[in-house]
Write a protein that binds this ligand. Structure first.
Ligand SMILES: C[S@@+](CC[C@H](N)C(=O)[O-])C[C@H]1O[C@@H](n2cnc3c(N)ncnc32)[C@H](O)[C@@H]1O
Length: 238
């Protein structure tokens, strides 16, 4: 049999919602990363790349946080504004952040340096892939996807993380009654989110009000400053 050479790796060949932008960070973020990553960034086994998690691996969330509590998974926290505010407001919940951009994690670690909350952990990973396997089914109370990269060009629309496949991935980890919160400052992305999730009968729209735990982030302020309207959506897993 002729061996299949040059077959694309399944993770590398898929459409990604991000581009690798390099790992260089300002020195103070790097210092925070070097000091705090051993405590806050979970060293997961990899498979096929820096942002992919071995699909055979299941994260033991109770072991990570040393307790069992409602779990919020934030997809793409960036510099961590919503994550840190949420964790401070709800010390009785645990917050797992999945972020592909290490400098963002460095910045978030710099911000949490003083308080050092016990209810936050990061995995440096592509959430669209990791959430397919890394967490048990129905183990998450809320998933947050705030201001995902908008990919406005027509040829890039497939790169938006909110897609029917990703809705299935989120649905798998959400407990029945669990909530997927989304926010965007791009009207076309809000319409796209509604189109994808309104068509998915596993979800029902329960709110278009601003999420009470969601602070005004730097990212949001920039959008508002250029006249954009913010859309908040909350869908419940039926
Ligand atoms: C536009 S930023 C928004 C950051 C933050 N949520 C906020 O509101 O300020 C989008 C973030 O999502 C991250 N991201 C994009 N695709 C991702 C994926 N597949 N898995 C994890 N993080 C992702 C990016 O690296 C970036 O930090």
């Amino acid at each position: 049999m002729i061996p299949e050479v040059n077959a694309p790796h399944p993770y590398l060949s898929r459409t990604r919602s991000f581009t690798r932008r390099g790992d260089r960070m300002p020195p103070r973020h790097q210092v925070a990363y070097d000091d705090l990553a051993p405590r806050y960034v979970i060293d997961v086994p990899r498979d096929g790349g820096e942002t992919t998690v071995d699909p055979a691996y299941t994260l033991d969330v109770a072991d990570v946080f040393g307790r069992t509590a409602p779990l919020v998974v934030e997809v793409g926290p960036g510099s961590g504004d919503a994550l840190l505010a949420g964790a401070a407001a709800r010390p009785d919940w645990d917050f797992l952040a999945l972020e592909v951009w290490r400098p963002g994690i460095g910045q978030a670690l710099m911000h949490l340096r003083e308080q050092q909350p016990p209810n936050i952990a990061f995995v440096e990973a592509d959430a669209a892939v990791a959430l397919q396997t890394m967490l048990p089914e129905a183990s998450v109370a809320e998933v947050w996807t705030f201001f995902p990269d908008p990919w406005p060009k027509r040829k890039h629309l497939r790169r938006r993380i909110v897609q029917p496949e990703f809705a299935g991935t989120v649905c798998r980890v959400l407990a029945p009654g669990g909530i997927w919160r989304l926010a965007t400052d791009i009207e076309a992305y809000a319409t796209h989110m509604r189109r994808v999730l309104d068509a998915d009968e596993r979800f029902e729209l329960v709110s278009t009000e601003r999420a009470s735990l969601r602070p005004v982030t730097r990212f949001e302020s920039k959008g508002v400053a250029v006249g954009r309207t913010i859309t908040d959506l909350a869908y419940r897993r039926r």
